[in-house]
Write a protein that binds this ligand. Structure first.
Ligand code: FES
Length: 56
């Protein structure tokens, strides 16, 4: 499922980046570009980040 349409970033790609060590939105943005254009995806990306970090 695409989370970020602007940068074609999927939830899977976000989860992989977190598994690979990303811990902040800033890191996800730098790595994937998520949230770097319209910003509509930021809330959902943050939700995924939060959910993944509490699993670790
Ligand atoms: Fe992610 Fe637009 S949907 S920046």
């Amino acid at each position: 499922m695409f989370v970020c349409i602007c940068k074609a970033v999927t939830d899977k790609a976000i989860k992989q980046a977190i598994a690979g060590g990303a811990e902040t939105m800033r890191e996800l943005k730098a790595e994937l570009g998520v949230g770097s254009q319209c910003g509509k995806c930021v809330c959902q990306a943050q939700q995924i980040l939060h959910n993944e970090l509490i699993k670790q």
